[in-house]
Ligand binder design. Structure first.
Ligand code: ATP
Ligand code: MG
Length: 451
């Protein structure tokens, strides 16, 4: 009988703008880069070609040729769950999520060489226990052919990420500062060996890299009025909606490219088109442009700390993650606001997936032993962490003898984690008292067994 620990596990961080995945086997982890670019992150984008969904960098490449069959940032649409038109069809946001997950699974299996046993998907801390987006994410992963799915909060995962300096110590309070593509997320986390505790979290929904891109795009529109306006008028007059869309996309991509370059260089000079004038910008210009947005993220952190009554001085460190953390202005602003040690990761957009991959082997066997079993017909009951869980399925059938240590049933805890209920002694299952897909409580009789 195989336990949960020896199968390959696919760990996925499904982000608003980009996603990342890695296959974990025991302590080892094998990244799953986008096959088109070789990059560790896949654009969370889809393109409907009339027959099938194209995803990731390939979809990104099609967006210029067929902008109306392209979609991105559908993670934001999950709450409203309104289908969007792609070419000749409409797709629910979770269908788009499932399409990306399907491609991640196929590429993971192709690279690793065997089917995936189970899956961990990270989700924002803001998806509370009753949030329908939890079930949607699980359904999307199942639709993508991914085995038993468990959910892990993004800041818990991120706090396990490999940092450039010393790792945070157990007991330390870490403020996770995650500036992503679509949202800003912060969480106060208490470090633990096996499962960091999220003491509180807060988010701003319209405060991510794409908001910086559109600020920068407006700035480019204003600065480049002389040469950009005629292009815009020509595009509008061409009577073709795609022409205007394409030009808009090109300006936004240009803005993003400038932003990225300014993370590595103090000044940048670039061209929208080969024959348009040089556009110049300095890191200081960009810092000034994004200052109000960064102020909102810092206020969000301050409010969280105030709500939790934790003075900033009590923070052990602030962990900077998410692609936005590559901007030097972020570290400066956070340092200035809190004056606490900063922890940084080599690849901030991979912090969540890499952290989740490191959490997995540390999370232990996650099995629950039966409380008491004697030499007769006995009820099987278990002490369940958190007091309750959902029984997903029985792993053995009545009449089947089992040795001690056999996983009898699989449950999902309220937080989303999967655990196995394990026999303390050998026995034979006589009768099931609880059906799959029911909620169960600690010490409830789940089955009668002959031991
Ligand atoms: N070198 C860089 N400099 C500045 N920003 C960058 C750089 N590299 C990536 N980014 C930005 O990081 C963002 C993507 O970050 P990330 O992958 O962490 O987001 P996400 O996880 O998809 O989003 P979310 O966390 O909101 O769901 C994009 O807006 C991208 O432009
Ligand atoms: Mg993210």
């Amino acid at each position: 009988m195989s336990g949960m620990s020896d199968q390959p596990v696919l760990v996925v961080d499904f982000g608003t703008s980009s996603s990342a995945a890695t296959v974990v086997v025991g302590e080892a982890s094998y990244p799953v880069p986008d096959p088109v670019t070789g990059s560790g992150t896949w654009p969370s984008a889809v393109h409907w070609d009339g027959q099938s969904m194209i995803v990731g960098a390939l979809a990104e490449r099609r967006k210029r040729s067929e902008p109306t069959a392209y979609a991105a940032e559908f993670k934001r649409g999950m709450a409203a769950d309104v289908p969007v038109a792609l070419g000749d069809r409409r797709f629910r946001p979770i269908e788009q999520v499932a399409a990306v997950l399907t491609a991640l699974r196929a590429e993971a299996e192709r690279r690793y060489g065997t089917p995936i046993g189970r899956t961990v998907v990270t989700i924002p801390a803001s998806y509370g226990p009753q949030d329908p987006r939890r079930a949607q994410m699980i359904a999307a992963a199942e639709a993508a052919g991914l085995g038993p799915v468990e959910l892990l909060p993004e800041p818990v995962a991120a706090a396990f990420a490999p940092v450039t300096g010393p790792a945070p110590a157990p007991g330390e309070l870490v403020l996770v500062y995650d500036l992503g593509g679509g949202t800003f997320d912060t969480a106060l986390v208490r470090i633990d060996e096996r499962w960091h505790e999220v003491l509180g979290h807060a988010a701003i929904d319209d405060c991510g890299g794409r908001d910086i891109d559109s600020l920068l795009a407006s700035r480019i529109h204003a600065d480049g009025q002389d040469w950009l306006s005629p292009l815009l008028i020509t595009a509008a007059n061409s009577q073709s909606e795609p022409a205007s869309l394409r030009l808009g996309m090109a300006v936004t991509d240009f803005a993003k490219r400038i932003k990225h370059q300014l993370s590595d260089m103090p000044t940048v000079e670039d061209f929208l088109l080969p024959d348009t004038p040089a556009y110049r910008m300095t890191r200081a210009d960009l810092a000034q442009l994004v200052a109000p947005l960064l102020d909102r993220t810092l206020d969000c952190c301050r409010r969280l700390l105030a709500d939790l009554r934790v003075p900033a001085a009590n923070l052990g460190s602030v962990l900077l993650v998410g692609g936005g953390a590559r901007m030097p202005a972020v570290a400066e602003a956070v340092q200035h606001a809190f004056n606490r040690p900063l922890r940084q990761v080599e690849e901030p957009e991979l912090a969540t997936v890499q952290g989740a991959a490191r959490w997995l082997p540390r999370s232990g066997p996650r099995t629950i032993r039966a409380s008491a079993e004697t030499n007769q017909m006995v009820p099987l009951s278990f002490t369940i962490p958190g007091g309750s869980a959902r029984l997903l399925r029985w792993l053995i059938v009545p009449g089947q003898p089992y040795p001690a240590g056999t996983p009898l049933a699989r449950v999902r805890l309220t937080g989303g984690a999967l655990w196995d209920l394990v026999a303390a002694t050998a026995g034979t299952l006589d009768r099931l008292l609880v059906a799959p897909s029911t909620d169960i409580a600690s010490h409830q009789w789940l089955a009668l067994s002959q031991s």
